[in-house]
Design a binder for this molecule. Structure first.
Ligand code: ACO
Length: 424
């Protein structure tokens, strides 16, 4: 908080002084927490377009400059790390793991990679063809039944174990959800495989065709997971913090985060992008037509994978994924016509005045789906992949929130409904 800066508000001739807070990257905010008690007024900010809901030490974004850092480290450096689990540790603990901490963390993940066997049977009774994202948000709640002591009171002692159990088992659940969806037997996790390789093996190994783990595929999956691992107060993270503030157990809280992520305006956009690119391709590849549709205010169509609440320039994650996508497809000798459509669409939209004036650029989801397609991951798993990657971020925010002085989240409203006088 800055001692010197104050904001002055004049309400009907009454002057109110409000403290100004300054973040470590010089972001400034007006602290209005005493406004109502001093004046009887509240602030109005639907969709929190202009509200900092908390203080956080986890992630910094500069949406104008296209900067994203976790715990002060730029994502451009983090993607050079060997494993997503190093970044998960960084988010949870504030520092990259030492070699010894890395070994301990991997051990903890391995020890907790299996689902309780009784829980595995839940999958047998889910309808064939159920969407894996729905299966995941349902199943992630179940450990609260098997490990009922994971509540707020015990969490301080159990947080490392609970985090590891969640980060490890979500991967097993995700792969089981996929196997259930396609009607194949599940594949158990293996202690000899690192995080991403283990996940790929659970997804694609089968009794009739062993899966060959390719280093370039493992590498790009680590990059994608690292880039999705946190993004400060986005919709799902805000959901996690809001629900967590009611002292709901960690599993139910994360389940709510997964549900928030599933929406097409949030994490569900990666699936929606590929569906859109397919539609454009099937319609003759006329990108101009779809850009015009997206601009038409009478048409609900939007360019999926374009635009962002915070980034008003190219999403730094999208920049890395676009480059990695080109490299991967070239390396694997894949020609995906959707990549051609995506490139053309991007080129055309970025020169269009509508998109330029509104600062609409490709976001993280624009190229992600094309990479997942190259890895053999089906479209209905795209948002599940996002959830796996975002989990350490959600837990880090939950941990930060319960470790702070947060009260239950409870916004106010301005009532605009009928009054008794209207009814008289
Ligand atoms: N296509 C066409 N027009 C768009 C798009 C788009 N993708 N995105 C925004 N706009 C327009 C809006 O119509 C609005 O125009 P107006 O000022 O003439 O009314 C203006 O740009 C501002 O858009 P808002 O919707 O007010 O911006 P907001 O910050 O609320 O929304 C969002 C951000 C939801 C990401 C939006 O850009 C969108 O719907 N994009 C497509 C979905 C998508 O890709 N979501 C993934 C986001 S990344 C993530 O969650 C991981």
């Amino acid at each position: 908080m800055s001692e010197n800066l104050k904001a002055t508000l004049n309400i009907d001739g009454s002057i109110v002084e409000l403290p100004v807070v300054v973040g470590s990257e010089n972001e400034k905010g007006i602290d209005i927490s005493t406004l109502r008690s001093k004046t009887g007024y509240v602030t109005v900010d639907p969709s929190f377009m202009n509200t900092a809901a908390c203080y956080s030490k986890i992630t910094f974004i500069d949406g104008e400059k296209g900067i994203l850092r976790y715990r002060g480290i730029p994502i451009e450096d983090l993607v050079k790390l060997e494993s997503f689990t190093q970044v998960a540790f960084l988010l949870l603990h504030g520092n990259l793991p030492t070699p010894q901490q890395r070994v301990q963390f991997s051990r903890l993940l391995n020890l907790n990679s299996m689902l309780h066997e009784d829980m595995r049977h839940f999958f047998d009774h889910l309808p064939r063809g159920a969407h894996p994202m729905h299966i995941l948000s349902t199943m992630i709640n179940a450990p609260a039944i098997f490990y009922p002591n994971v509540d707020l009171l015990s969490i301080n002692e159990d947080i490392d174990l609970s985090s590891a159990r969640l980060i490890s088992t979500i991967r097993t659940m995700a792969a089981f959800a996929y196997k259930k969806n396609i009607g194949e037997p599940v594949v158990y996790p293996r202690h000899d495989l690192p995080y991403c390789a283990n996940f790929l093996n659970m997804m694609f190994d089968s009794p009739v065709a062993p899966y060959e783990i390719k280093p370039e595929i493992v590498r790009i999956l680590n990059i994608l997971f690292i880039l999705h691992a946190d993004h400060e107060q986005n919709c799902s993270t805000t959901t996690v913090r809001t629900i967590g503030s009611a002292q709901v157990n960690l599993y139910a809280t994360i389940s709510a985060g997964i549900s928030a992520l599933s929406g097409p305006l949030h994490g569900g956009a990666n699936q929606a992008v590929v569906e859109m690119l397919k539609q454009i391709l099937a319609d003759g590849g006329n990108v101009k037509k779809y850009v015009e549709l997206a601009k038409d205010k009478n048409n609900p169509f939007r360019l999926m994978g374009f635009g962002h609440r915070v980034y008003k320039t190219y999403d730094p994650r999208a920049k890395i994924i676009r480059e990695e996508c080109h490299k991967l497809l070239a390396h694997m000798d894949i020609h995906d016509p959707l990549l051609d459509v995506a490139r053309e669409l991007e080129e055309y939209a970025l020169t269009d005045p509508y998109f330029k004036e509104r600062n609409l650029y490709p976001n993280v989801d624009f190229y992600t789906g094309i990479v997942y397609r190259a890895l053999g991951i089906p479209e209905n798993m795209f948002t599940v992949m996002f959830a796996l990657a975002r989990l350490p971020g959600w837990i880090a925010h939950w941990k930060e929130m319960i470790g702070g002085t947060t009260k239950i989240v409870r916004p106010r409203q301005i009532y605009i409904g009928q009054t008794p006088a209207d009814r008289a």
